[in-house]
Structures are given as C-alpha cells and as structure tokens.
Design a binder for this molecule. Structure first.
Ligand code: IMP
Length: 209
C-alpha cells in the first residue's frame, strides 16, 4: 500500500533564525515545515549539554505538546572541551578573537560541534544528537552563517563553515545529523503524531496524497 504523505508544521522555540533555517533545510524532505517561535525560556547552567536541553524543554508552555528546541556548542580538545556549554557566553564576551588568542601557539587545533535537538511530544522528551569534527582555523575566514563558523573548519574541507553557503554547511553539519534523526523518528511515528497534533495543538497538517 502506498504510504500517505503529509506536510506538518513543527514549532521550533528559538531566537536564532540561522538555526531555524538550517533545520528547515534538512527537515523539508521529511514533510516537516519549521515554524520559528521566539519565546524566552529559562536556561540552567550545567556541565552536561544534555542536562541543559532536558531542563530547558521542561520550561516551555504546557499547552505546547509538539515542539522542539536546540542546544549546541563548540568543544575544543586542547582546552578540555572549553567553551562547550558556555559557548554562547564566551562568544558574547571574548568572541572569536579571544578564542584565537587562547589558541595561539597551540598545535592541536582539533574541535567539534555538538547539536542536541529536543522534541517534546505526547508528554515525552526525546533527544537527537549530532556531532561533527574539525579544527579551529588560524584566523577568521568568511561572512556566511553564524557564531563560531568563521573559525571552524570541518574535517575534509579547507574552507571554514562561514565560507560555505547555508545549504553547503547544513549538508555536512552537526545540526543535519541531529535533524535527520528527528526526521526519521517523526516518519516512523507519523500516525501517532497526526492523531495527537490534529486534536490538540491545531498544528497545521496537510494530507498531500
Ligand atoms: P545556543 O545553543 O543557542 O546556546 O548556542 C551556543 C553558542 O554556540 C552560540 O554562541 C552559537 O553562536 C554557537 N553555535 C551553535 N551552533 C553553531 C553553529 O552551527 N555554528 C557556529 N556557532 C554555533
């Protein structure tokens, strides 16, 4: 029997439009349309990015029973994983130049990005994780994308993420890996999801054929 196809709106709670565009770029092929919701939710501090994600999603309005958030960070091997869960704070304080100064004369420039996409659905919380390895460049390169992209060079590439287009970055990124895991989960659970979201959240669901 031919499987039915759907187009579902999935609320993504974030103030970061780049993240929303990157995740949308991946999830579109799964029939999922990201709707960015700029709500402020409390963020706890923890050394574990997964704990941050779990606590953060529990702070979203109880009426939203089908929604995602995303937590990410850059982890530099020679700095024992710093800035990691403090990536946002460090970006806004010492910035990219500060990181490059900390890395001066350090030979091991290996680093990785982690993305955790957290889905709240049917009172369950499910985490989808993606990781990508690379290195910290010697200098700031490129103007595209956001955050640490001008100093992160993914493995197998000479260009920084900021020298790639949004689509080129999102084809190889930590966020893509996490988003594809989410897409597969939604595909596998589509019947259950359609039943719940149709009734409760007035989330837009179109049956395409
Ligand atoms: P948060 O998950 O929004 O708290 O982001 C943590 C920090 O990591 C922010 O400063 C972001 O700019 C940065 N960040 C997260 N993902 C990426 C990425 O894909 N590229 C570059 N910087 C990122």
């Amino acid at each position: 029997m031919k499987r039915k196809k759907y187009l579902i709106d999935l609320p993504f709670i974030t103030g970061n439009g780049n993240k929303a565009s990157e995740i949308n770029d991946i999830l579109h092929q799964y029939g999922i349309n990201i709707i960015q919701k700029n709500l402020s939710i409390d963020e706890i501090q923890s050394d574990d990015i997964r704990e941050v994600a779990k606590k953060k999603i529990s702070g979203i309005p109880a009426s939203m029973d089908f929604a995602i958030i995303e937590d990410s960070g850059i982890f530099i091997n020679a700095l024992n994983g710093f800035p990691g869960v403090y990536s946002s704070y460090i970006y806004n304080t010492i910035g990219l130049n500060g990181i490059l100064k900390l890395m001066a004369n350090i030979e091991n420039r290996n680093a990785y990005f982690i993305s955790i996409i957290t889905l709240k659905f049917d009172k369950k919380i499910i985490l989808f994780e993606g990781m990508v390895k690379g290195r910290i460049g010697e200098k700031i390169k490129g103007n595209n994308n956001f955050g640490y992209d001008p100093i992160f060079i993914p493995d197998g590439n000479d260009k920084s993420y900021a020298e790639l287009s949004l689509h080129e970055k999102s084809m190889t990124s930590h966020r893509k890996i996490a988003a594809e895991k989410l897409g597969e989960y939604i595909k596998e659970n589509i019947d259950k999801i359609l039943k719940k979201v149709n009734n409760k959240d007035k989330t837009c669901v179109q049956q395409l054929g």
